[in-house]
Each structure stands twice: as C-alpha cells, then as structure tokens.
Design a protein around this ligand. Structure first.
Ligand code: TXA
Ligand code: MG
Length: 361
C-alpha cells in the first residue's frame, strides 16, 4: 500500500533557523543540530547539490518525519548520507567490490549516489521496501561535520515540498520548510545546484537512474563506455521505473511549461509568435540563455546563463523556476539545451518540470 503523507497537517512546528558559515563553522551551533538528529528530529542541511531534509537513517520513527514534512509518497526511497566509507559497512549486504571502490575513489565526497544491495539494518521506510539502498558522501563541510557529530548516517531527500523545485538557497528552504522541521541550517547557495547522479550498481550492469552532478562522460572515464548505461525512464519512457522517484511529477512551477526544441531560428520564431498571440491579460515567461535573451520582447524573460556553460545553467535552473512562480506568469516557454555533460541533468529536470511537454520545431 502506498501512503500519501499529508503535508498540510504538519505546518505547526517551532522551527529554529541557524546560520552557519562553511568557511568557519560554529561547532556549538552544529552540535545542537546533531543532538536533534540523535533525538530523532529533523534538520535541513546544506549540501553541495541542493539542501537536504535530514533525519537519523537508522530510525523508522525519525525517517517517517521526513515523509510527513515533505508530503512525500512512502514508495519513494531516500538517499542515505555518510561521512566515511566505514559508516556504510553495516548498511550493505556484501563487501564493496572493485567497481564500487573505483567509483568511491573517483567521486566521493561528491554528487554521486550509489545504489547497493542492502542489509536488514536499513529501515524499510528509507528504502521503500526495495532490497537496495542509495548512499552518498556529500562534498560539503557542514553536512560532513553534522554526520560526524551525530555519528549516524543521515537520510535526506531534497528539502522542498514534494513536487516543487529542489531548494538551492536558504530562502527557498525557509519558504517550503519553516514550521515543518525542527531546525533549518541556513548557509550559502548550493554550489552544484542540481541533485546527485543516482547510479545503480546493485547488479552487473551499472545504470544511471537519475543524471546529476557527476556526468555520464565522467562515469564512462572510470567504468568504460560499455560499463554504464542510461535508464530508459530518463527520457520519459514509462516502463516499470527502477527508481520510484522517477515516476512522480517533479520540479513543477505553478504555470504550465513547454520545452521548444529545434534549430535556433525556429525556436526563436515559435516563442516570439506565442508571445505576440498572447492576450494582453496573459503574462508569458521565457526561459532562455544569455545568447538569446535580448531577442524576446513583451514577456518575462529569464536567462539561465550561457548556452556554453550548462554547468552554470543547471545550477541556476531551480532558482529560475521558483522566480517564475514569484512573478506569477501564466505560461512558460523554455528553449531546449544540448543534452551532453551537465546539459543532460539540466534537460532531465526541465523535462520533468514540463511534464514532458516538448514541441519539436
Ligand atoms: O543531491 C541529492 O541527491 C540530494 C541531496 C540532499 O543529497 N538528495 C536528493 O534526494 O535529491 P531525493 O529524495 O530528492 O531523490 C532521491 C532519488 C529519488 O529519485 C529516489 O527514487 C532515488 O534517489 N532512490 C533512492 N533510493 C533508491 C533505491 N534504493 N533504488 C533506486 N532509486 C533510489
Ligand atoms: Mg527531490
């Protein structure tokens, strides 16, 4: 049975907001956060990808509070965050093989989540009853220190209300989570700005379940071109999803979003035509790059950065989607971007935000 945790009922907690500087961490303040984790409460923590909503990964009681705060369906498993390789030993059913060791050596700490066969120490809530567990070591001094002080692995999904864009800035977290968690650690903007890559290595073929901060090209360098493949779901092919999170609508702004794909001239004329034909009461949003920003008039136009720096574009995307909500546009047209390197993760999130509404022009 799939439980839908209702987020509306939990808007009543007294949330402590603590500011921390990652260059000079106030350990006393961080100790308070660690105590909350130990006492089975919830803490929003910064990571290099996006802010996470953390709780003790070894406790069902604690982990249920995450689902409640987010309004997250119970069949969508969580990522467990560790501060050392030793810390995950108990969570796995078998010792690390050579492939896992190579990946850990190359990418941890960092934005790569690895899916392993799990031991029975992992609460069923964390892995949503699957026989695997997803683990990563975040590359962020506050996150690592918090896990170390609490001395338990921390389960943490992105700290947004379910279905909304992931939070990359403390203000996003406060919008979504104030009143729903025990503590929010407010720190700098997330450096990578898009979630970790989820790589399933629980079977002989390594499969990317979600593209993210580590690119397919980087994984191929370590595993070889034939050593890793992309899951079909990434392009919206609805099969039986191997990563339950992939079937849900995600990152959705309030207004409908359409992706416009094709050559540059056709994209420009399609979107310009839409702006022209909109009624005077309708505000059109356009998501584009620096190179085309000046082409659009009479709309609310936001660039995600240069089309030649899609790593920066990916890190801006979630904040841009939230900005369209704040402006209150009625419809958003987004230019499609190249789907290699960080463009793959960027386009994956954009397609999900659009509910796979893509027009080829
Ligand atoms: O960068 C990140 O990964 C961030 C930060 C906070 O670490 N976390 C994050 O968590 O994005 P969340 O819950 O928003 O996304 C977790 C993804 C979901 O797509 C989920 O289905 C998948 O990981 N996942 C978790 N456990 C899994 C498992 N055992 N097998 C397959 N997929 C799994
Ligand atoms: Mg998420």
């Amino acid at each position: 049975m799939i439980l839908l945790y209702m987020s509306e009922v939990s808007d009543v907690m007294n949330t402590e907001i603590v500011e921390l500087n990652e260059q000079n961490i106030d350990i006393e303040k961080l100790m308070r956060a660690a105590k909350i984790i130990v006492n089975l409460g919830t803490v929003v923590l910064p990571t290099e990808t996006v802010y996470g909503l953390g709780a003790n990964a070894l406790s069902s009681t604690a982990v249920k509070k995450i689902f409640l705060a987010k309004g997250r369906p119970s069949d969508n498993p969580l990522i467990v965050h560790v501060c050392s390789v030793d810390m995950m030993e108990d969570l796995l059913s078998e010792p690390l093989d050579l492939r896992a060791k190579k990946l850990i050596e190359a990418f941890w700490p960092g934005p790569l989540t690895l899916v392993f066969k799990r031991s029975d120490k992992v609460p069923v809530e964390v892995c949503a009853n699957l026989d695997t567990v997803a683990i990563r070591m975040p590359d962020h001094p506050i996150a690592l220190k918090l896990i170390e002080l609490a001395n338990v692995p921390i389960a943490a999904p992105s700290a947004n209300v379910s279905g909304k864009p992931s939070p990359t800035m403390a203000e996003h977290v406060i919008q979504d989570m104030n009143g729903r968690v025990d503590m929010i650690i407010s720190a700098d903007r997330s450096r990578i700005g898009v979630e970790s890559t989820v790589l399933d290595i629980s079977s002989p073929k390594a499969v990317v379940l979600r593209p993210g901060g580590v690119t397919l090209e980087q994984l191929q360098e370590v595993l070889g071109n034939d050593g890793v493949m992309l899951d079909n779901m990434i392009n919206g092919v609805v099969d039986k999803p191997r990563s339950p999170g992939m079937k849900y609508k995600h990152y959705a702004p309030n207004a409908p979003l359409q992706i416009v794909r094709g050559n540059k001239e056709n994209i420009l004329s399609y979107i310009k035509d839409k702006i022209e034909k909109a009624s005077s009461a309708e505000l059109i949003g356009v998501l584009c790059s620096d190179e085309t920003q000046s082409e659009y008039q009479g709309a609310h136009v936001i660039s995600i950065g240069s089309a030649h720096r899609l790593d920066q574009g990916a890190s801006n995307l979630f904040a841009v989607l939230r900005e369209f909500d704040q402006i209150g546009v009625d419809m958003i047209f987004a230019e499609a971007f190249a789907e290699d390197e960080m463009g793959l993760a960027l386009m994956n999130r954009l397609k999900k935000a659009a509910g796979f509404n893509i027009v080829d022009v």
